[in-house]
Ligand binder design. Structure first.
Ligand code: NAD
Length: 272
């Protein structure tokens, strides 16, 4: 039986000051199961001041409850399909903080009907919507936030991707194509922003039960297959991803950019 680290062993105690004095912008907390929320907790425990965005009032309510007790938190509405909202959010943020050291882009969407059946049937509208929200938004946010990131000594941008952007995963369909574009955007952005000491990386997370994941038809079967076949013979959880995000947000990863790091118990190396 594979031993999974218990919460105590995996505590962030030794890194409690790793991100002290730094500010991070987190896009994509919908609820307590969101990967972005696990990342936010890891970054906060390491001393980072957090700024959250939310997509609409429903998610604001969830966020209000979650951040209760966190110090100095800022929150802004931001639907990434509305470039004016991205601009406004960054402008408001610029009035509150001196610099931005980190962005966590944990945002994706595709219509439920496009996440089942044949990719062949993807609608033009559904294709463009998935690309706009799940891929293009990273570039849009980086561009708007650039002046604030340039004010930091260095900055780290982290996005979330999935194996379905590299290989065909049944039902992942249009989202897989969006993730492929996202991963390539990471490389182009890394090249553009590197000279400004801004790093851009992606975490390719294994399947985790979240709101977004519930839209993918047959998701439980994906979880079962991974548990059976991944080298570590287990699924990953959001804290596995969060600890890698903590590394990417910190100077410990200062030599890494343009990378896609798999946090999937090794599943992606399997050839069957
Ligand atoms: P989630 O549903 O908790 O998070 C998705 C977030 O995207 C939500 O907060 C939602 O508000 C936001 N979003 C969607 N449309 C938006 C819009 N127009 N404007 C602003 N925000 C918008 O699910 P999650 O699984 O935590 O997903 C986070 C990221 O992780 C996504 O990029 C997802 O593809 C990726 N990912 C998830 C898994 C998994 O199995 N859960 C695996 C690999 C990668």
């Amino acid at each position: 039986m594979t031993q999974v680290l218990d919460k105590e062993t995996a505590s962030h105690a030794p890194v409690s000051n790793l991100l002290k004095g730094k500010t991070g912008l987190i896009l994509g907390v919908a609820n307590k199961w969101s990967i972005a929320w696990a990342i936010a907790q890891a970054l906060s425990t390491a001393g980072m001041r957090l700024v959250f965005t939310y997509q609409g009032e429903r998610f604001k309510k969830n966020l209000d409850g979650l951040v209760d007790g966190m110090e100095n938190v800022l929150m802004y509405p931001c639907d990434v399909t509305d470039e004016a909202q991205i601009k406004e959010m960054i402008q408001s943020l610029g009035g509150e903080v001196d610099a931005l050291d980190c962005i966590v882009h944990s945002v994706a969407f595709a219509k439920k009907e496009e996440l089942a059946g044949e990719f062949l049937n993807t609608s033009k509208e559904g294709y463009l919507l998935a690309q706009e929200i799940s891929s293009y938004s990273l570039t849009a946010v980086c561009r708007e936030a650039l002046p604030l990131m340039e004010k930091a000594e260095s900055a780290s941008v982290i996005t979330l991707t999935y194996l379905g952007g590299e290989k065909v995963v049944t039902n992942y369909n249009v989202m897989g194509v969006a993730k492929a574009a996202l991963e390539m955007s990471v490389r182009y952005l890394a090249e553009d922003l590197g000279p400004r000491n801004i790093r851009v990386n992606a975490i390719s997370a294994g399947p985790i039960k979240t709101l977004a994941a519930s839209g993918v038809s047959g998701f439980s079967a994906i979880l079962d297959t991974m548990k059976e076949k991944a080298p570590l013979r287990r699924n990953v959880d959001a804290s596995d991803v969060a600890d890698t995000a903590l590394f990417l947000a910190s100077h410990l990863s200062r030599g890494i950019t343009g990378e896609v790091i798999h946090v999937d118990a090794g599943y992606h190396i399997k050839g069957y």
